[in-house]
Unconditional design. Sequence first.
Length: 148
Amino acid sequence: MKKLFLLLLLPMLWIATARCEEKITTTDPTQLPPAAQTFLNTHFANTRVSIIKIEKEHSDVSYDVMLENGFKVEFNKKGQWTEIQGDPQDVPQSVIPTKIMEYVSANYPQAKIVDLEQDQKKIKLELANGDKIEFTSQGKFILYDKED
């Protein structure tokens, strides 16, 4: 009896879990959270959205936005950016925290920042030559990783 119950229960759990995941594709920027819309209007004002991929999994939502100029910007459910990929283009300086921009300008004056990623604790950036630099979320230098 227990085996039969388990055999019936497992498919139902799998179906319930599968329904919690949803992927939507759109080109409508109004589908983004207000903070993400403001970010794009501020830092990528003259660039149109090419495609938006919205992934919903349980209570978490993420947004991957492809812009017509080749940039990819990822946002969390609150509309805060989590990653900006521009390679080979420079990430807009207006996005980079002032302390980090000052550090990079002083120590690597010719460097181009092509990727920027942030979470609660760190901000990571990648230079055009592949080198990576990590900072605390307050902009304090942590690590420089030279591309081999």
